[in-house]
Design a protein around this ligand. Structure first.
Ligand SMILES: Nc1nc2c(ncn2[C@@H]2O[C@H](COP(=O)(O)OP(=O)(O)OP(=O)(O)O)[C@@H](O)[C@H]2O)c(=O)[nH]1
Ligand SMILES: [Mg+2]
Length: 681
């Protein structure tokens, strides 16, 4: 499917591979690199030999931790591919990747269908407006069924699935697919990797025709031009279908579904054809806008602007991954980091191709490349032409929910530990490092137990440090259960010299929002600028609540009244009054401690269900569902995160290693009163 468009950017595809943990993203990526001739041997996740899981911990643990970008070529197109992690603790990596992608392949396990984290990443992609196609993988597995998987896509993700293939054979006998667009059979023999093309087997002809008809109807129903042709001719040509499927993919009105078995090497070439045919090029997506509203079209002749989405400190140097949105950068050029107000020099520009890196003289709008030589740019920085500054909105960073205290075993290593942690946080914005004001301990915070375990292990391995690590603790919040009204606070210092005077009356009540502030002061008794200062002071006070010094959320503060002094009132005085006034008001409120809760999905052999339910109950879990799927029981429950530490090990031992679980944060809920003492710092 060659494009006639002469613009060279039309042949670029920036795409991500997204899915629940273990669906086969890394295996799909590996097969893509093989099919495109980028690698000459097929690596396996379980052997620790894949290109994109290159980190030693990824190889040891058999999971993807860091998003990895690689480039390859297919049918005259250049694909810049990002293999993302599926584990929820690394969802921030996915978020940063989605920010710079134009399209995605969502991978599903043909036995399990839509799993919790596939649903989460699907919603993430919705929020970023990233068009996607679906690949139902692992059709070779016992219990695999394309139709059931498609039904779960329809029910849980709500797009219109547009299935363009019919599997040939099932489970161990899955040998290929019928391409419903061209009505031909694509098969892969066991002992070769080559794709065979042939007529549709007789036994499948009728079913293939029926499904082709269903596809035509589904497309005609959603695409006006296709509908017209369908009405005229009562059928749709392959070309019309392809063009319509492309439009529906871009608009999100339908999702093309393909299938295969990455592990067995079946279905990868048609997936690549679909990427090229249906996913957008950089020219198809809207121009980016800077925070000041300036628009930059995807054009190499425009001033240069790029977003840094990943920084990776490798043994050979610091690799900074950028998505170029407009303009051109050349090797050796000086660029401006508009957010940090610093200049940076582009050393080398690399296209990362598996284990080889090709050096480039320049990179243009629409491309994803790695840059060597940048010193301070971090994930979220905008790089731009010095004479045309622009700041692009950085990717959002999730708030950490778990922390551990870390210290170097030998006190002489304290400084080395501090710099190692600082480097780590630079690479991963979802990690936080701070010093506890009361205990002086260094606290490392992140998205979950595994996230912190990986971070600590990285420090150990890469810096050769021996560390003492405390028990993980969850991050609590505080909220207002019952409010107060008419709390009077005066900030007065009038003992000679420039005095300070601010008088405020505050009402505090619970709210569904994080923090709301309004003024009900009448007759200009408190001028507008001081009202703003009171609001700023209140925000300062939210940092530490009265129960245990945790951040405060879910409240509305009303400035009910107040007064000023002709000489001694100032912004500073009112800010101080806002801060200490709200602090006092919160002490008078009935406060509620909130703890993070997660929804867990536990998959275990049926005979272990009793033990799992008992264990979840002991962890204050509330079971919300239990179903049987392919001989395994799938239990979903809401559990406080604090009770989930060590659960992975416990589950393994209770199920002789056959149980797995995933957790998805669902927010905060009131903690039982015993937790208040634990949470007090
Ligand atoms: N039977 C079968 N197994 C597969 C297939 N694709 C992948 N696997 C296996 O499934 C396991 C997980 O595959 P990965 O490719 O690591 O999955 P992933 O989605 O990258 O996982 P994370 O990155 O950890 O989220 C590995 O043991 C693969 O060998 C397939 O088509 N069929
Ligand atoms: Mg992976």
């Amino acid at each position: 499917m060659r494009t006639n468009n002469l613009n060279p950017l039309a042949v670029v595809r920036n795409l991500g591979i997204l899915a629940h943990v273990d669906a086969g993203k890394t295996t799909v990526t590996e097969r893509i690199l093989f099919a495109t001739g980028t690698t000459h041997k097929r690596g396996e996740v379980h052997d620790g030999t894949t290109v994109t899981d290159f980190d030693p911990q990824e190889r040891d643990r058999g999971i993807t931790i860091f998003a990895a970008a690689v480039s390859c070529a297919w049918d005259g197109h250049r694909l810049n591919l990002i293999d993302t992690p599926g584990h929820v603790d690394f969802a921030d990596e996915v978020e940063r990747s989605l920010r710079v992608l134009d399209g995605a392949v969502a991978v599903f396990d043909a036995v399990a269908g839509v799993e919790p984290q596939s649903e989460s990443v699907w919603r993430q992609a919705d929020r970023h407006g990233v068009p996607r196609i679906a690949f139902v993988n692992k059709l070779d597995r016992a219990g695999a069924d394309l139709d059931t998987a498609v039904e779960s896509i329809r029910q849980r993700l709500h797009p219109a699935p547009l299935v363009v293939q019919l599997p040939i054979g099932s489970e161990d006998g899955f040998t290929g697919v019928v391409d419903l667009l061209r009505m031909r059979a694509l098969t892969w023999a066991d002992d070769t990797t080559a794709l065979d093309e042939g007529p549709v087997p007789d036994g499948l002809r009728e079913e293939a025709l029926r499904r082709r008809r269903l596809l035509e109807e589904a497309v005609a129903e959603r695409h006006p031009a296709a509908l017209e042709e369908f009405c005229d001719r009562e059928t749709l040509s392959a070309d019309t279908l392809i063009a319509a499927l492309r439009d529906l993919t871009h608009s999100g009105d339908g999702v093309v579904v393909l299938c295969g078995s990455a592990y067995r090497n079946r279905g990868v070439e048609p997936l690549l054809d679909a990427v090229v045919a249906y996913l957008p090029s950089p020219l198809d997506v809207p121009a980016v806008r800077g925070e000041n509203g300036d628009e930059r079209p995807c054009d190499p002749a425009e001033p240069f602007a790029a977003l840094v989405f990943k920084v990776n400190a490798t043994p050979t140097g610091r690799l900074t991954y950028v998505r170029v949105y407009s303009g051109t950068i050349e090797k050796g050029a000086t660029v401006w980091d508009a957010g940090a107000r610093r200049t940076e020099r582009i050393g080398r520009i690399l296209r990362v191709q598996a284990d080889r890196h090709a050096q480039l003289e320049r990179a243009v709008a629409g491309d994803i490349v790695a840059v060597v030589g940048l010193k301070s740019a971090r994930a979220g920085s905008t790089l731009c032409a010095p004479d045309a500054p622009l700041v692009l909105e950085p990717p959002g960073v999730a708030e950490p929910v778990v922390s551990v205290a870390v210290e170097a075993e030998r006190s002489v290593d304290t400084d080395r530990l501090a710099s190692a942690l600082a480097r780590l946080a630079e690479e991963d914005p979802s990690l936080g490092v701070r010093t506890d004001a009361e205990t002086g301990q260094t606290l490392l915070s992140g998205m979950g137990e595994l996230h912190l375990e990986v971070a600590v292990e990285k420090v150990r391995r890469e810096h050769g440090l021996t560390l003492n690590v405390g028990r993980p603790r969850v991050s609590y919040r505080e909220t207002v259960g019952r409010g107060v009204s008419g709390l009077v606070f005066r900030h007065v210092k009038q003992d000679g010299g420039a005095g300070q005077f601010a008088h405020v009356v505050l009402d505090v009540e619970p709210s569904a929002e994080g923090f709301e502030f309004r003024s009900a002061v009448v007759g200009g008794r408190v001028p507008q600028e001081y009202v703003r200062a009171v609001e700023a002071g209140c925000r300062d006070a939210l940092a530490e609540g009265p129960l245990g010094g945790h951040p405060v959320t879910g409240l509305r503060v009303t400035l009910a009244d107040g007064s000023t002094h002709v000489k001694d009132s100032s912004d500073t005085a009112f800010r101080t009054a806002g801060r200490f006034g709200l602090r006092e008001a919160l002490r008078a409120c009935a406060m509620v401690l909130l703890e993070p809760v997660v929804e867990v999905t536990v998959t275990v052999p049926e005979d272990a269900v009793g033990a799992v339910l008992g264990d979840l109950a002991a962890r204050r879990g509330r079971v919300s569902g239990s179903v049987t799927r392919g001989g395994a029981a799938v239990v979903t429950a809401t559990v406080p995160l604090a009770e989930l530490f060590g659960y992975a090990t416990r589950l393994r031992s209770r199920t002789q290693g056959r149980g797995t679980f995933t957790a998805r944060p669902t927010g905060y809920a009131p903690a039982p009163s015993e937790a208040v003492a634990v949470a007090r710092r």
